[in-house]
Write a protein that binds this ligand. Structure first.
Ligand code: ZN
Length: 530
């Protein structure tokens, strides 16, 4: 089986997937020769901590890297020996199997005092939280006063087990899970290098199953490549990747949202006839509901946690979210969670049928259909409803809205979202997935990560609602421009406040303190930070 993880290990910062903020910081420090002497890389497993550490070790030792540059050349003797694991200057220590103080004294302290043969001696200590207390104390002493030309990179998946005294001496970098979209990109690169054609559906499936862990994804891809086929589609991989039924899971949730028990029960029986394993099917439904729940709680949160279903499914999920308010979603989630713990019955589909019938009959007070029929009305009536402010706008002088910078737009954004939510729940959802830029000469740019969200906004009737609302809030004519930015990091850029009465998103940019927007939002809407 190909060892893809080793073959395609990143050799430059540019090769490392995701972790953009961390890469930029490290590269700036390298270019400005302002590197610290101790770094703590924390985050989930298999997201690139040791890869980043190795690239950093290579960069500090590279013989050809000029000042002002940050990438290692990858070709000089130092780069090559580090890459092959033969460098005497770069020591990788697995703290999990060397927990004691003697190990720290012998392997780290003693050799840290020796001058490096090249530029710098680098200690990469993996799983550092496994060290014993006395080992940590010994390590602390050397980190407090590190010899010149020594660099410590401590990696951990459990930063809470690392003593605060150590953390405070290190520059801390928090690694995030890699988004499935980024994983798909890397996998298709590998596939093209291996000259194997793999369908996008299969790649998205691998990314989804890996849950944001690149190494797992690469190992699954390795199994797929080992099939030895030149062209690989869903059917070829059926034995490796269990077939999923996401579309059917969404169909079922659609029936529940529309309170159609007949449709739901027929679907369940159709699946039973096809020999679908209900336990697995239920897991798929729970994942989708979890996504909808997280999305309603905080935009970008689901993505941050690696819950990304690929573009085609995301579109359906976003439509479904509009139909399922948070309370309804929780009710279904609770019932299905119960169901997943029940023992199997003599008629396997019966407990499932009962659950869906119950969910359809018991219309909770939370359900949209029982309280508010707005979402079931045809789009035409929505447009008509929305045209009232437009008529007013025609009477008003057509002045262009005054210019606002990005921060000022962000500060008004929650107000816009709340207004939009009253008009159109699905547009509200779409807007939670974008970040607005400055308003200039009556033109506002909205950045979207996903094409389908952007396209939804560009739908003429939707765009009209949006522009009217913007005109109302910014008191002047506003035209929208919707941009696509695949690298947009919604999760990190969008702290959000959610209150009991309303859920509002306040996209803000990295450079701004969250206090302003959140503070204003909390004041205006009585929201709390969750
Ligand atoms: Zn080099």
């Amino acid at each position: 089986m190909p060892t893809l993880y080793r073959d395609y290990r990143p050799q430059k910062f540019a090769d490392i997937l995701g972790q953009n903020h961390l890469k930029i910081t490290l590269q700036n420090e390298l270019a400005d020769a302002k590197l610290g002497q101790a770094y703590l890389f924390c985050g989930p497993r298999a997201v690139g901590k040791t890869s980043m550490a190795r690239v950093l070790a290579q960069a500090v030792n590279c013989e050809r890297r000029k000042s002002g540059e940050s990438e290692p050349c990858g070709e000089c003797a130092a780069c090559l020996s580090i890459r092959r694991g033969q460098s005497l200057d770069v020591m990788e220590i697995d703290a999990a199997s060397n927990t004691g103080v003697d190990n720290v004294r012998e392997n780290i302290i003693a050799s840290a005092r020796l001058a490096p043969s090249g530029k710098m001696r680098v200690f990469i200590i993996d799983e550092v939280h496994m060290l014993s207390l006395s080992a940590f104390n010994a390590l602390l002493k050397i980190i407090e006063e590190p010899p010149k030309q020594v660099l410590f990179i401590l990696c951990t998946t459990e930063v809470h087990k690392v003593p605060a005294t150590i953390i405070s001496r290190c520059q801390r970098f928090d690694f995030k899970r890699i988004s499935p979209a980024e994983i798909v990109k890397k996998l298709s690169f590998i596939a093209s290098q291996e000259k194997i054609e793999i369908s996008r559906e299969v790649l998205e499936d691998i990314a989804r199953q890996s849950g944001g862990y690149l190494r797992d994804a690469e190992s699954l891809l390795g199994q797929v490549l080992a099939l030895g086929e030149k062209k690989i589609g869903v059917e070829e991989v059926e034995l490796i990747l269990p077939r999923h039924h996401n579309q059917e899971a969404l169909d079922l949730l659609d029936f529940l949202a529309k309170k159609n028990p007949g449709g739901a029960v027929s679907l369940i029986n159709q699946l039973a006839d096809n020999g679908v394993n209900f336990k697995n099917f239920l897991e798929e439904i729970l994942l989708i509901l979890r996504k909808i729940m997280l999305q309603s709680v905080q935009p970008g949160l689901a993505e941050k946690l690696g819950l990304d279903f690929g573009e085609s499914l995301e579109l359906r999920i976003s439509h479904l979210s509009a139909e399922l308010p948070l309370a309804a979603c929780l009710r279904i989630l609770r019932r299905f969670l119960e169901l997943s713990q029940e023992k199997s019955a003599s008629i396997p589909q019966l407990p499932f049928e009962m659950a869906v019938v119950e969910l359809c009959l018991k219309a909770g007070s939370d359900d949209k259909s029982s309280v508010n029929n707005a979402s079931n009305r045809p789009t035409a009536s929505l447009v008509k409803e929305a045209s009232t402010p437009k008529e007013r706008a025609v009477d008003a002088p057509p002045i262009i809205a005054a210019d606002l910078n990005e921060a000022e737009v962000a500060a008004r954004w929650p107000e816009i979202l709340i207004k939009i939510k009253k008009h159109n729940h699905s547009l509200f959802f779409v807007l939670q997935n974008c970040i607005p830029l400055a308003l200039k000469s009556g033109l506002i740019s909205l950045r979207f990560k996903y094409k389908f969200h952007r396209d939804r906004l560009l739908d003429p009737s939707i765009k009209a609602i949006m522009e009217e609302t913007l005109a109302e809030v910014f008191q002047g004519r506003v035209t929208i421009e919707a941009l696509l930015d695949e690298n947009l990091e919604l999760g990190t850029d969008m702290p959000v406040a959610a209150g009991p009465t309303d859920v509002a998103a306040a996209p803000i940019t990295e450079t701004k303190k969250p206090g302003g927007v959140l503070g204003g939002l909390m004041e205006n809407f009585g929201a709390e930070v969750l």
